[in-house]
Ligand binder design. Sequence first.
Ligand code: ARG
Length: 575
Amino acid sequence: MTDPQIVLTERVQQALANAFGSEYADADPLIRPSQFADFQANVAMSLGKRLRRAPREVAQAIADQLADFPGTVEVSGPGFLNITLDPAWITAEATEMLADPRTGIGTATPPQRIVIDYSAPNAAKEMHVGHLRTTIVGDAMARIYEHLGSTVVRQNHLGDWGTPFGMLIEHLLDIGEEAAVAQLEAGQGTEYYQAARAKFDSDESFKTRSRQRVTTLQSGDPETMRLWHVFMEATIRYFNKVYEMLGVTLTDADIAGESMYNSMLEKTCDDLEAMGVAVMSEGALCLFPPGFTGSDDKPLPLIIRKSDGGYGYASTDMAAIRYRVDDLKADRILYVVGADQALHFRMVFAAAEQAGWLPDSVSAEHVQIGMMLGKDGRRFKTRSGESVKLMELLQEAVDRAGVIIADRGYDEETKGEIAHAVGMGAVKYADLSISHDSEYVFDFDRMLNFAGNTGPYMQYATARIRSIFRRAGVEPESARGPIVLGVPAERALALHLLGFGAVVDQVAALVEPHRLSAFLFETASLFSTFYEECPVLKEGVDAETRASRLALCALTLRVLETGLELLGVPVPDRM
Ligand code: ARG
């Protein structure tokens, strides 16, 4: 089964080549959905100029080449082509799609190795709402590429190293391991950090101890490393609670934190210096990738070794990109990270190219994540101005969902499951339904709304179809059709469903999961119209129509459920 728009594009391009010569074979036929037909092709308008012929004439020449097309092609107005597909073609494709275990989704050819750097919270601080989006978007993309048959290597680039760890470890010694672990596991990393920071700023001896601890940590002193592990393990246990709550696919095996690169940093810097890509500037070892200048027109540096010999964020990312290309054998590397780091990544990619570490055959892409805003339009904070704890936020979503479904007559256990699915579905879908680089306002009322392009609406759409099958007393899997198209609402739904595979391909190519959400939302809307206009189980509906409509219901359900699963949005059976 094939996306009609792609089939049409190929057919019209073939017609162009036949009518005007092979040099026209890759002109864009400009196929768009139309209100007068299924589609319209506008290529004759632009081609007319190039060929110095009247667009209507050009359109007619194309139409003549499409005589054997499964449908009708009409020239209209100044030179539009109105294209209407044969219902038999649509039903054959839809029936095939229903029989296809992959529901029209293809496989990546050739399959790729895709490294996805996502989530990446910082250990010394509370995992904040900004990390929510990188986690959700990255995880959706990981699911999608795996479904397409590619190999995904998840890299959770935790902020687990750096000078703050000196004071964090000293604070751990002060309050005792047990108390520290309890606090960190409970997600009070911010409070822990703040307490350490306060001592650092006010207590000279603590400050001295902390600085010494940085040195012993960097030298790999066994006892200090043990304390660092105690700190990190407790922190990771908290991160895992969040991941579990969200239902994301990240595991401990995917952790590749900044500390992992420690042993590579020296060589990274030496190698860059030896090839002349890194140079000393004001005591620091710097990269000056071409094309980056500051406001003073001077080349912008990417510092990979500070004047005190220390390494930082850029050093680690230079080591990481080389590791991902050479050791992980990536074909494609996605960095799902806040948009505010755009300059950093552009410079890292440019420097890596300059060093020959990022060959043309490998693409590195920064998937920019827009900032999460509060209702006041500013960076999302609690009323008292602190950053919001992710776990509390997620729990609030579940609690609110629980209130919404409270009086639907489910037992406690079922209610808990549904509330969890609805709450997490709402939060995740909200992130996935808008383009990843746009800022957005975190708003429980909107994301938990059962109307509009929201998680609960999408979940409800699937639950509604499941209930049709329950009432019919048949399993969705047993609905085979054949599909026949009677009224326009059936035709519109079937035609739309055929585009599923193409949308998934597009999402994979562009890393834009919101296009899948938009497609699913349109699916649910078209289904609603279909269901209003086309009774399925009502008395008087003949057996053939009933079978066809049940098949359309089943295909819609499969598309919705598969799509939501690819996005990582949980789908409860009933709501
Ligand atoms: N820990 C960083 C932050 O919270 C994100 C790390 C992204 N990945 C990378 N390779 N730099 O902003």
